[in-house]
Design a protein around this ligand. Structure first.
Ligand code: NAD
Length: 341
């Protein structure tokens, strides 16, 4: 029996989750719900995805020539779980509706942790999310950090984590965001909120983050420093990271040293929308001495949280054990293991 899923919010994240969900053998997409009568709504219909809209917006969509399959409430009632991918803060407002309809939901990282019973990152705390009615998938930056931390934790005892996050300024479609000619200490907060966010998943670990925003739209880059017990070799670190799901390495011989080249490879591979849900780890960036590890990796912000949303559904309904769910999601999405190139 397939779990019926509805997606509320069909923008950058919602449309990617919808495409991923259709590929899962144990899930069925009831449809998606949207607020704006725009090209994304038209694309959903072109793809054969049912479009549901707010009761008061039916006219607005029909006037724009966009046919709707029903109201958002009808979608919520038909689905067994809602994935909420609405803009930051809107998910928390929607929760009242999900509660009144007795409907479980999965929220995104733009919501405060309190919106859900658990903050989620599949490699780190899949089991904690089992049977929970409200799950929050952490943000793109936090998902990237947590994948690296939890992969390394399998073989090394981590004492401290320090990260400088170099964040992309906007998603490519966001025409009104910047900066376009500056490096922004945004917001000037120490640590940046990513540290606390990561600690909602790996509780008790000493994590400190600093964040900057730079004028690019392709990917984030993180420079991470970890203090560990012992003195692991560079080879052991690379082997540990690259044996994990959802993290792939870039070898020295590839000549890749930038986010632009990484995205070019994704285009060459024919990845839809040049998405890379895997964390892209620079093998050459690893330095290890006196119990300190330095390394860097890149995060494709628009797609990285997609596999985690799929796993969150399975954890919620106890459909699969952790490794089984991660493996199933990754093979359905064609994610790579080992190296990108
Ligand atoms: P988006 O603006 O691209 O899409 C939001 C969608 O929600 C749009 O389809 C919009 O029409 C719809 N919407 C707006 N108001 C609504 C309402 N009141 N009710 C229902 N639908 C409404 O946003 P996004 O970038 O996809 O972000 C969604 C969530 O995912 C946020 O929590 C964000 O922080 C998180 N997130 C975003 C990224 C990213 O790179 N964009 C990465 C990770 C997590």
């Amino acid at each position: 029996m397939k779990i019926k899923v509805g997606i509320n919010g069909y923008g950058t994240i919602g449309k990617r989750i919808a495409d991923a969900l259709i590929k899962q053998p144990d899930m069925e997409l009831v449809g998606v719900s949207k607020q704006s009568a725009n090209y994304e709504a038209l694309m959903a219909i072109k793809k054969g995805i049912k479009l549901f809209v707010d009761e008061n917006s039916v006219e607005k969509f029909r006037n724009a020539g966009i046919e709707v399959s029903g109201t958002r409430l009808e979608m919520i009632r038909e689905a067994q779980v809602i994935i909420d991918a609405t803009p930051d803060g809107v998910g928390a407002k929607n929760k009242a509706l999900y509660l009144s309809e007795n409907k479980p939901a999965i929220f995104q990282g733009g919501e405060e942790p309190e919106v859900a019973d658990v903050s989620f990152s599949a490699l780190c705390n899949y089991d904690e999310a089992k049977g929970k009615n409200y799950i929050r998938v952490v943000s793109c930056n936090t998902t990237g950090m947590l994948r690296i931390i939890c992969a390394l934790r399998k073989n090394f005892k981590i004492k401290k984590v320090r990260v400088v996050l170099i964040r992309r300024a906007a998603d490519p479609k966001e025409v009104k965001r910047g900066p376009i000619n500056s490096i922004l200490l945004n917001p000037v907060e120490l640590p940046s909120h990513h540290a606390d966010d990561a600690k909602t998943v790996v509780k008790g670990l000493d994590i400190f983050t600093m964040a900057y925003v730079v004028p690019t739209t392709l990917m984030h880059v993180h420079a991470m420093n970890l203090q560990v017990e012992g003195n692991p070799s560079k080879e052991d670190i690379i082997k540990t990271i690259e044996s994990s799901n959802r993290i792939i390495g870039i070898s020295k011989g590839s000549g890749i040293a930038s986010t632009a080249e990484i995205i070019e490879v994704a285009r060459d591979m024919g990845r839809p929308r040049y998405d890379l849900p895997e964390v892209i780890f620079f093998e050459d960036s690893v330095h290890s001495s006196n119990g300190e590890i330095f390394l860097s990796y890149a995060v494709h912000q628009e797609s990285i949280v997609v596999p985690e949303n799929i796993d969150a559904v399975r954890a919620m309904f106890g459909m699969k054990e952790k490794e089984e769910s991660i493996g199933l999601t990754d093979s359905a999405l064609g994610l790579l293991r080992g190296r990108l190139v």
